[in-house]
Design a protein around this ligand. Structure first.
Ligand code: PEP
Length: 234
């Protein structure tokens, strides 16, 4: 069964979340779908027995980090997963500097890290995709080897833009990521794809054999449409 991550980003207020939960109630098997809502609504999903993750964790476990949320606090709310290094966090919050610390904290606390990696448009156009991925993988895995880790390959130029790589490119990059990690870290990791996945392209994406699932943003925000999308993911 494919892993499906729903990244709500900084969307929704309380009423929207209640409505969302109402719409999806009893609608699908829940053991392969992970919701990543704002921290404020993690408990709403956990209480209803959905798998839930945070979109981020603090790089420190506790203490003087104003405005951050500790993994220990998030665990109390019910997370089993956390995104680490989403490109929006890398862009706005310098998360490149904290990836290794966050990976370590997640694994230490038995939370599954969904490590987001991906190249910028400039890197893609200059044939630097693999170099960028190697660099991001090495920083994250150097001291944090675990076969629990999930890799989310998300080309930055594809997030929220409607543009996606061809199936041939994705097949090649996913196999590159898996082989590179296997050869250098002796672990086999699942790799999911994220970037403008939607109802129009999902059937084509489903043809990619080495893909273990999807991390989806915009197309999860309408619960009815998300249900349709889930139905098409095989
Ligand atoms: C994301 O931000 O992780 C993402 C995949 O977004 P979208 O599906 O909207 O491109």
């Amino acid at each position: 069964m494919k892993i499906i991550g729903a990244n709500f980003k900084m969307n929704f207020k309380k009423d929207d979340i209640n409505n969302y939960l109402e719409v999806i109630k009893n609608k699908f098997p829940i053991d392969n779908i992970i919701f990543f809502p704002s921290d404020l609504y993690i408990e709403n999903f956990a209480k209803n027995n959905y798998l839930v993750g945070s979109q981020n964790i603090s790089f420190q476990e506790f203490g003087a980090v104003t405005g951050d949320t500790s993994i220990l606090q998030l665990k109390e709310l019910g997370i089993k997963y956390t995104l680490i290094g989403h490109s929006e966090r890398r862009k706005y919050f310098n998360d490149d500097n904290y990836i290794a610390d966050k990976m370590k904290l997640a694994l230490k606390n038995d939370i599954i890290p969904v490590l987001c990696i991906g190249e910028s448009l400039r890197e893609y156009e200059n044939n630097l995709t693999k170099d960028k991925l190697k660099e991001q993988i090495d920083i994250a895995l150097k001291d944090n080897r675990s076969d629990k880790i999930i890799i989310a390959y998300e080309p930055i130029w594809s997030i929220g833009t409607g543009k996606i790589p061809t199936n041939d490119i994705l097949t090649e990059i996913i196999s590159f990521i898996k082989n590179y990690i296997n050869e250098n870290y002796q672990i086999n990791l699942k790799v999911i794809y994220g970037g403008s996945v939607n109802l129009d392209n999902i059937l084509e994406l489903n043809k990619i054999n080495n893909l273990d699932g999807y991390l989806i943003g915009g197309a999860t925000l309408n619960p009815n449409k998300f249900l349709e999308l889930i139905d098409k993911i095989k």
